[in-house]
Design a protein around this ligand. Structure first.
Ligand code: NAP
Length: 280
């Protein structure tokens, strides 16, 4: 029987710590707001944005909501970001992705001042993370590191296999696991022998975006399995990239979906906001 890694509980612990820290900063006169920009009304994005605003309210950080219509032009969005970059009280700027197709995400990410890049997606933040300099870490991979550490999973010297090489999960995950002294293998859709490679993993991190793809044949006995995927199954129930019922009996520890990685992403966003207020 695997230990179930409780992301909800761990994220709550983190949020409580951050709430206390934000209060201490307020006593020293350090406050700030997170600007959350949403373009269009994608229902999934609206849920994420609402959760982020609620987390700010819980921690005691002001949130400024910018709900822009779908037809907002790239120029208008860049102008808003420029204004927010110049506002002293705004300590973090978050643009909810994905953006409508007529807006270039890359340009938007680069427009955010690296000092306010609480999502950690700006190339300067990515570069700093890669060479181990201070900066904002991307929330999902940094949240996974917290999940592992706070669940007493040893990382140093372990073989970590990551499925997925996206800029927001797979690649930064590899860098952060390297920083924790894991031996890292990154796999992707062109990888040959995926099963064999996965079966060598002490820590298997699955971020492939394929509902319930990873079954027992990918999991070594005693492995720690982290499921990043979020999907709705045919019954509209949330599920991950991993077949939980198959992987759980083999794993020593495993994250559920929901209640695993998801809540940690928001906790890390709050961590980055508090860090930004502290560093002003
Ligand atoms: P993505 O950009 O679609 O990347 C998926 C990666 O998986 C790609 O690198 C792709 O390889 C690889 N892949 C796809 N099929 C594969 C296969 N059959 N074998 C091996 N590799 C394969 O997705 P993402 O943004 O990283 O997100 C991954 C999942 O995590 C999604 O379900 C997303 O919803 C979820 N997510 C959750 C959170 C959270 O807070 N819990 C945050 C972010 C994302 P190629 O590069 O070769 O195409």
């Amino acid at each position: 029987m695997a230990k179930i890694i409780d992301g909800k509980k761990i994220s709550q612990q983190m949020k409580d710590e951050l709430k206390e820290k934000a209060e201490r900063l307020k006593e020293k006169g350090k406050t700030g707001a997170l600007a959350v920009i949403q373009v269009g009304q994608d229902p999934a994005s609206s849920v994420y944005v609402r959760n982020k605003k609620n987390a700010c309210a819980y921690i005691g950080i002001e949130s400024l909501a910018y709900e822009l219509p779908e037809e907002t032009t790239e120029e208008e969005l860049l102008k808003l970001i420029d204004e927010l970059n110049g506002k002293e009280q705004v300590k973090g700027i978050l643009v909810q992705l994905p953006l409508p197709k007529h807006i270039c995400e890359d340009k938007v990410i680069r427009a955010i001042s690296p000092k306010k890049d609480v999502d950690g997606f700006h190339p300067q933040s990515v570069g700093a993370m890669t060479i181990g300099e201070p900066g904002f870490l991307p929330c999902t991979p940094a949240g996974i590191i917290q999940l592992l550490k706070r669940s007493d999973v040893e990382i140093g010297g372990k073989h970590c296999v990551i499925i997925g090489r996206s800029n927001i999960v797979g690649k930064p995950m590899a860098i952060l696991m390297l920083r924790e002294n894991a031996t890292v293998t990154v796999t992707h859709s062109k990888t040959k022998n995926l099963k064999e490679i996965c079966r060598q993993a002490d820590i298997l991190i699955v971020a492939m975006g394929k509902p319930q793809f990873i079954g027992a044949e990918y999991v070594k006995e005693g492995a720690v399995v982290i499921d990043v995927g979020i999907h709705r199954d045919e019954n509209n129930k949330l599920c991950g990239d991993v077949k939980f019922a198959e992987a759980e009996p083999l794993a020593s520890a495993i994250t559920p979906v929901p209640g695993g990685v998801g809540p940690m992403t928001i906790a890390m966003l709050m961590n980055n906001c508090v860090q930004s207020i502290e560093e002003e």
